[in-house]
Ligand binder design. Structure first.
Ligand code: PPE
Length: 302
């Protein structure tokens, strides 16, 4: 997706002009995928732009860094302030924000000891992430299996392991689908290349546990809470590929993708966005835009 350039990037403590936010080609993270990142959205609200669940995203960034034994040079409150400053400086009404901590220039070889940790925050305006978010997207089961928690810490949002997502995404696009759904090495549904999965079975919403290799999604958590408030039961349980084919409704969720209905999986039609998906989407919109006062504690105003 082409990038909509903004004015500034926050880099190692200062706002720098967009085109000056550069790194050395011998940066450790570029060679070995040694980095952790986050994606947060800011939405336009009646009280100006607000970042949605910024604190939870920063907490996950710190957890991811800990899993990789990276010591971040900034505290959470500093990162929170830097994020707000950047969104304000770029003058966005709504945007996507990308936090990245990567190992920089200074040592070579797999052993990361002694490599400096660099931090940056970028923001840009980002519309619909997946094809036809209104009418639903078409998925295919990837021939690639999801990263296994015994191979990499799948609960860490780390850069290197995203090669798995990129391979699956390219395969799905080449085959004419919008997105790939990946199975774990033992055959359970894990997640999509950049979203968690929800399936409606009867009147119960089911979503795979993180033990199936899925990221502990913040939107997945948001949907779980919104569903509970709507009186809908949510279960964390392993799903089979055939559970997707038999789903009454299905949707994906993630910061970039928000709540996106699924129209078909491997050419088995699930149907137009169903009523439960519609209710969750409406509740999500009301929460992120500040229209529903019950969820205003999730907003950090810019
Ligand atoms: N699984 C994966 C693999 C994933 O990348 C994301 C977010 C999620 C689940 C949902 O997590 P959360 O955003 O906390 O609800 N994917 C991010 C990056 C997408 C990209 O192309 O880059 C995102 O949505 O920000």
């Amino acid at each position: 997706m082409a990038l909509a350039e903004a004015d500034y990037i926050w880099m190692n403590g200062a706002l720098v002009p967009w085109h000056e936010a550069k790194v050395h080609v011998l940066s450790h993270g570029l060679h070995y995928g040694t980095g952790v990142f986050e994606g947060v959205r800011a939405y336009s609200t009646a009280d100006g732009p607000a970042l949605f669940r910024l604190d939870e995203h920063l907490d996950r960034l710190l957890r991811s860094a800990k899993m990789l034994r990276m010591t971040l040079p900034y505290r959470k409150d500093e990162l929170r302030a830097a994020t707000v400053d950047l969104v304000r400086a770029n003058g966005h009404r709504s945007c996507y924000v990308r936090h990245l901590a990567h190992l920089g220039y200074g040592v070579m070889g797999v052993d990361p000891s002694g490599a400096p940790v660099h931090m940056s925050i970028g923001s840009w305006e980002w519309g619909a992430y997946l094809g036809d978010a209104e009418h639903g997207v078409r998925l295919m089961t990837s021939s690639w299996r999801r990263n296994d928690p015994a191979v990499v810490p799948t609960a860490a949002k780390a850069t290197g392991p995203y090669l798995n997502s990129a391979l699956a995404k390219v395969e799905a696009r080449d085959a004419g689908f919008d997105e790939a759904v990946l199975l774990s090495t033992d055959g359970y549904v894990s997640e999509c290349s950049g979203e968690n999965v929800f399936v409606l079975r009867g009147d119960v919403l089911c979503t795979p546990p993180s033990s199936a290799g899925a990221l502990e999604g913040i939107t997945q958590d948001t949907v779980t809470e919104l569903a509970a408030d709507l009186g809908i039961t949510v279960r964390r349980e392993n799903l089979l590929r055939s559970d997707l084919y038999a789903a009454d409704e299905m949707f994906l969720c993630g910061t970039a993708a928000e709540v996106t209905p699924v129209r078909s999986v491997d050419n088995r039609e699930i149907g137009a966005p169903g009523p439960v998906t519609g209710k969750i989407r409406d509740a999500f919109t009301a929460a992120v835009t500040g229209a529903d006062a019950r969820y205003r504690h999730w907003l950090t105003f810019v």
